[in-house]
Design a protein around this ligand. Structure first.
Ligand code: NDP
Length: 314
């Protein structure tokens, strides 16, 4: 197989990966970045980004990612299309297989492969993507001021998003498939005492309705039970909050993760359990998951990689 040696390999092309590439190229690490399956990452599926500092008028997700990419290329980052299919982190330089046909031997690796929001799997989620369906209340909630929205899920994320949206929207439905919330007690209490939130326990979503944009949802209550009932709610926005899956599977034989799959980093750094391998952005962040925090940790990872290489004299 074709082999290439690099000093710094960056895997993933969201705000964390591109920011790492900007810093690593400016530090003369000659980084090579593989974009993965979704060049630009999760932000390419959002419309306007209004909470990233420096854009007073906001910017579209795809435009912002294109700008970050160009900024990294301006300093010499080698950005390539390709997907990591196998890893061998047993000994440095680490061997990373790309598209099953090329091996990169890397002295340092920055893993910034992100996380993927889970979806229900109903066709209407795709049909109304960017037109009323979102998986990030912090990103898109602002567009639903004084409107009616629904949040799906019963965990901490769903409760947090419902509470956040309740301060903006005129009403929030929380669609929970079980008869109870899985969230922590304090989050449950916030939801259950919020007059703006109506919790629909034991409800599942069958589909969404609307002409071009979401205008309603068809739900089923107590599916399969003798008293099963179908209802329709009028909504303007439909938010998924049923969990995220960090994209860490390909590294799992080597890299320590938590039980969900988020990569564990050593406190206050981006270091993983393998020397010279760093993690940045959503793949290592179960808590914040914002573009700006991902970009910040991408910067940290590049600085950590630079210091590691200089300590080793590589
Ligand atoms: P969780 O896995 O905790 O919860 C997912 C929720 O989505 C559950 O209520 C689950 O239902 C529901 N769900 C899953 N699949 C479906 C489906 N197909 N249809 C309908 N509902 C579905 O994920 P979270 O993202 O909420 O939390 C992840 C982790 O992050 C947790 O450990 C959480 O505590 C933590 N977290 C902490 C926060 C904080 O402390 N501020 C904030 C956000 C997250 P069911 O219960 O029936 O399985």
């Amino acid at each position: 197989m074709n082999t290439e040696k690099v000093r710094c390999l960056i895997i993933g092309s969201g705000p964390a990966g591109y920011t790492a590439a900007i810093y690593a190229s400016r530090a003369n690490l000659s980084p090579v970045l593989y974009e993965g399956m979704q060049p630009g990452g999760q932000l390419t599926t959002t419309n306007d980004v209004e909470n990233f500092p420096g854009y007073p008028q906001g910017i579209t997700g795809p435009e912002m990612m294109e700008d970050l990419k160009k900024q990294a290329e301006r300093f010499g980052a080698d950005i390539r299309f390709g997907y990591v299919t196998a890893t061998d982190l047993s000994v440095a330089p680490y061997k990373i297989t790309v598209d099953g046909e090329k091996i990169i031997e890397a002295e340092t690796i920055i893993i910034s492969t992100g996380a993927t929001a889970k979806y229900l799997g109903i066709p209407d989620e795709t049909k109304y993507a960017g037109s009323g369906v979102s998986a990030c209340a912090t990103c898109d909630g602002f567009f639903y001021r004084k409107k009616v929205v629904a949040v799906v899920g019963g965990g901490d994320t769903a409760c947090e998003e419902a509470t956040y949206l309740a301060a903006l929207a005129s009403k929030v439905f929380l669609i929970v498939r079980k008869s109870f919330l899985r969230a922590s007690k304090i989050m449950q209490e916030r939801v259950l005492t919020n007059p703006n939130i109506e919790v629909l326990f034991e409800h599942e979503t069958l589909g969404l309705t609307g002409d071009k944009v979401v205008q309603g949802a068809n739900l089923v209550k107590r599916r399969g039970m003798p008293d099963e009932e179908q209802i329709h709610i009028a909504i303007d926005g439909f938010f998924l909050a049923i969990g995220h899956k960090p994209n860490s599977d390909v590294f799992k034989p080597w890299i320590e993760t938590d039980e969900v799959g988020y990569i564990r980093v050593l406190n206050g750094s981006t270091r993983t359990n393998i020397p010279g391998v760093f993690a940045a952005g959503d793949v290592a962040d179960p808590h914040y998951r914002q573009a700006i925090t991902a970009a910040g940790s991408g910067c940290q990872a590049a600085i950590d990689a630079e210091r590691y290489l200089s300590e080793k004299g590589i």
